[in-house]
Ligand binder design. Structure first.
Ligand SMILES: CC(C)(COP(=O)(O)OP(=O)(O)OC[C@H]1O[C@@H](n2cnc3c(N)ncnc32)[C@H](O)[C@@H]1OP(=O)(O)O)[C@@H](O)C(=O)NCCC(=O)NCCS
Length: 161
């Protein structure tokens, strides 16, 4: 698996990855029926500004198997969103993507990196803790799902030395 910055030809595979992970309905805020045009526009904006808002992709052969984007959150500063395709999980792809994000933050002297994660997402929380992120806030009943369920979110942060 190779980690590299995203390029224009990654936009459709990125949408397919979001479709698949959204359809799982467990791990990410995005649910089926999301605005694909808007997401495609956001991917292109990130691809155009790799130093400010890097979008990393994990590629195995000619398959896009994971992604990690860093966007500038108005309140939290540089903030990560990431996912790995179901069939490629548990093999170190997530960790490799996260290491790239931490390298980027060091290189551009970011004071910290933040992320939001559903509190039930144990695999993700465990990965983030191993990479040095700590929970700094718990938002109870933060997100209402299409099912009507309401889920808690954790804000996690890593200080960058
Ligand atoms: C969370 C996610 C990004 C992690 O990526 P991954 O490639 O599966 O993770 P890795 O293989 O790099 O594993 C890194 C660490 O995660 C944890 N982990 C991995 N699989 C796990 C499992 N089945 N159960 C518990 N922890 C697990 C471990 O701490 C692991 O460290 P280790 O290798 O020392 O055991 C990925 O599983 C995923 O995309 N899940 C669905 C979408 C999602 O949750 N995105 C994050 C939203 S905030």
């Amino acid at each position: 698996v190779t980690i590299r910055l995203g390029i224009e030809s990654d936009v459709n595979p990125l949408l397919a990855l979001f479709d698949a992970v959204a359809a799982e309905r467990v791990y990410i805020g995005t649910e089926p029926g999301y605005d694909r045009e808007l997401y495609a526009r956001r991917f292109r904006e990130m691809i155009a500004r790799p130093e400010q808002t890097p979008l990393f992709v994990a590629v195995s052969g000619d398959m896009l198997v994971g992604q990690l984007g860093i966007f500038q959150h108005a309140e939290y500063g540089p903030t990560i969103g990431m996912m790995v395709a179901a069939q490629s999980r548990g093999r170190g792809v997530g960790r490799a993507l996260l290491d790239k994000a931490i390298d980027w933050a060091r290189r551009f002297r970011m004071p910290h990196l933040s992320l939001l994660v559903f509190s039930h997402n144990e695999r993700a929380v465990s990965l983030y803790e191993k990479a040095g992120f700590v929970e700094i806030e718990r938002y109870e009943r933060d997100v209402t799902r299409q099912s009507g369920e309401v889920w808690d979110t954790l804000l996690m942060r890593k200080e960058i030395a």
